[in-house]
Design a protein around this ligand. Structure first.
Ligand SMILES: [Zn+2]
Length: 218
């Protein structure tokens, strides 16, 4: 096995790349012809990124990485199904990536649609409904943020913001991955892998830690 970073080193590398992106000082590593040739016969990504499909949350760009660095799985609202878990397990068990990132973001359309469906009882049509169906369990236990009329205006406001819903969805997704995937939970228990839930701020470009499972402290 090649020199593999620890979960903490992989995490630090992603944070440094995101910081370069935020400051507009990208290095665009692993994006030249030599790297393309290097990885043409083998891949050795140091992280799995499971994120929202949102066009503004492109994994290699926001972490300033390139070819062969990240094993990326994206669905709208980073909703989980069996093929998603299988893809993540492939990255961890077969490719030995030491880090799994769950990447949510502010103003997520899927989270907003789930909150709207809960508030109105109306579900989107077609297979978009399957996406919303998979976000709802993350937020259904939280008070409805649009339900302002039900609150005494003099009482402390307990309803979560849209940002709270998004963060809760990231936390719930991290917990689901760890509980559904025996391979992933074993890798975390043995210290071979960590799972880190992040929230990406669209305007600022920075990722912030929401939840971590496993050894990410250096
Ligand atoms: Zn989204």
């Amino acid at each position: 096995m090649p020199n593999r970073p620890t979960p903490a080193q992989a995490w630090t590398s992603l944070l440094e790349g995101n910081d370069r992106f935020v400051r507009g000082e990208m290095q665009h590593p692993s994006q030249d012809a030599a790297r393309r040739a290097d990885v043409s016969t083998n891949q050795d990504p140091f992280a799995v990124v499971f994120g929202c499909s949102d066009s503004r949350v492109a994994a290699e760009i926001i972490f300033d990485r390139g070819l062969g660095d990240l094993f990326v799985v994206r669905t709208a609202g980073h909703v989980v199904d069996t093929t998603v878990i299988g893809s993540i397990e492939y990255g961890v068990d077969i490719l030995h990536a030491p880090l799994v990132i769950v990447l949510g973001h502010d103003s997520c359309g899927a989270v907003g649609a789930a909150a709207d469906a809960l508030a109105t009882g109306r579900m989107p049509s077609g297979f978009v409904r399957a996406v919303v169906d998979r976000v709802i369990p993350s937020i259904v236990a939280l008070p409805d943020p649009t339900d302002e009329g039900a609150h005494d205006p003099t009482a402390p406001r307990l309803a979560p913001s849209a940002a709270d819903l998004g963060r809760e969805h990231v936390r719930h997704t991290v917990r689901m991955l760890q509980s559904y995937s025996a391979g992933l939970s074993t890798a975390v228990a043995e210290g071979r892998c960590a799972i880190v839930g992040l929230e990406y701020a669209l305007a600022e470009g920075r990722v912030r830690l929401v939840e971590a499972r496993g050894p990410i402290e250096a």
